[in-house]
Design a protein around this ligand. Structure first.
Ligand SMILES: Cc1ncc(COP(=O)(O)O)c(C=O)c1O
Length: 395
């Protein structure tokens, strides 16, 4: 019913992942494989295509009227999948999550204020903070038993009077960490104790593998709801990143008012109709598609981990509980990071996301997006095998 093995040609379709690869990576080989930016090479759920087709066939594409059905679809999804009650009145749509983060910073902080990050972390966090003249306060994650943990003692030691906001990535990108309710509560309590706004980016919340369970921060720590903004979207879950629609959710009316004022000030209170239609259709019709996708991705995760660790002795792929973004530490191979990068880019003709993009703690790592049909993944793995062949011969 869902053919995730089907290869869809994306090169030449304005697909960032494929069409911006050569420019950004310098890999010009015609057969290069993109394993960087977080979108998937699979077709979206049929219900999304049907909704867009209906719009296209009607042929009229005027301003979109928000009748409330979009936020209701989001609330329905969150209730069904995460047992989370969201009042549609708490929801502010934004043109994607990263733009939402920028708007939040403008709404609740001043230039020069500090925003806490837990690196290695999603690189756009690191971009949007200085781009808004705010400063990053890095509190590096600690790796214990192959899993990341937040070091709140280090955060306490680094805190200054200018620290105003925490950006949490939950589940965490990269590394796929699914934070436990206790970890979320500890951070939430910290934020309450130090008067910090907690922004919980939960864009990866639906892409969680068997044995793990995502807990919304609002569920783990309802007592801090007044200082919490949760960011969610259908775009990562259903492969609709080009739709550029996300939601910032807060039950605090004063906080929402400040955010909505910034949204209005930027002329963003009128929404991209195609994005709204696509994401609403995904939440309403995409459940069976997602339930089929998750085991496919889990199989790809297992395949990728096994093959990369066999290909490059000493490499270690962090066991992902979530996301399709394998996070691989090459420090144990004995190779310099530049050598690893060259092998992957030049010998394997693969563009993986460079670890240093993710900030402190990422230097010896690469991030590989394996959300691609198995024929492409198998080809990538065969090339990686070749790229490190001499390393195995020497062992
Ligand atoms: C944690 C996280 N937040 C946000 C985004 C992107 O969101 P958007 O495209 O809606 O700006 C990504 C994309 O990879 C992500 O990993």
């Amino acid at each position: 019913m869902f053919d995730f093995d089907r290869v869809i040609k994306r090169l030449g379709t304005h697909a960032t992942k494929w069409d911006n690869m050569a420019r950004l990576s310098g890999i010009t080989a015609a057969d290069a494989i993109p394993m960087w930016v977080a979108d998937m090479d699979f077709a979206a759920p049929a219900g999304v295509t049907a909704a867009l087709k209906e719009e296209v066939e009607r042929g009229t594409h005027g301003y979109y009227a928000d009748t409330g059905s979009w936020a209701a679809a989001l609330a329905g999804w969150m209730a069904r999948r995460h047992n989370l009650r969201i009042d549609p009145a708490w929801v502010s749509p934004t043109p994607g999550i990263v733009s939402g983060l920028g708007l939040i910073l403008q709404a609740v902080t001043e230039p020069g204020d500090e925003v806490v990050l837990f690196p290695p972390v999603y690189h756009a966090f690191r971009r949007i903070i200085p781009a808004n003249d705010r400063r990053i306060l890095d509190v590096q994650l600690v790796e214990t038993n192959g899993r990341y943990a937040m070091d709140l003692d280090l955060l306490r030691a680094k805190l200054t009077p200018r620290t105003k906001v925490v950006f949490l990535c939950s589940p965490h990108n990269p590394g796929g960490t699914v934070w436990s309710p206790a970890e979320l509560r500890a951070l939430a309590t910290f934020c309450a104790d130090h008067d910090l706004i907690l922004v919980s980016d939960e864009i990866h919340c639906d892409l969680v593998f068997s044995g793990a369970k995502h807990t919304p921060t609002l569920t783990a720590a309802p007592e801090i709801a007044d200082r919490l903004i949760t960011c969610v979207a259908a775009t990562k879950t259903f492969n609709l990143a080009g739709a550029h629609v996300g939601a910032c959710v807060t039950s605090n009316p004063a906080l929402k008012k400040k955010l909505d004022a910034r949204i209005g000030a930027c002329g963003l209170s009128s929404y991209n109709g195609f994005g709204m239609l696509a994401t609403e259709a995904a939440w309403r019709t995409g459940e069976a598609w997602l339930d089929a996708l998750l085991p496919y991705l889990e199989g790809s995760r297992d395949l990728f981990d096994k093959r990369i660790e066999a290909a490059a002795p000493g490499a270690r792929s962090m066991r992902l509980d979530s996301t399709y973004l394998a996070w691989v530490d090459f420090s144990g191979t004995g190779l310099a990071a530049a050598d690893v990068a060259a092998r992957v880019a030049e010998r394997a003709r693969i563009y993986a996301s460079p670890g240093p993009q993710f900030g402190p703690g990422g230097d010896t790592w690469l991030r590989f997006n394996f959300a691609t049909p198995r024929p492409i993944l198998n080809e990538a793995l065969a090339r990686l095998d070749d790229a490190f062949q001499d390393l195995r011969a020497g062992k």
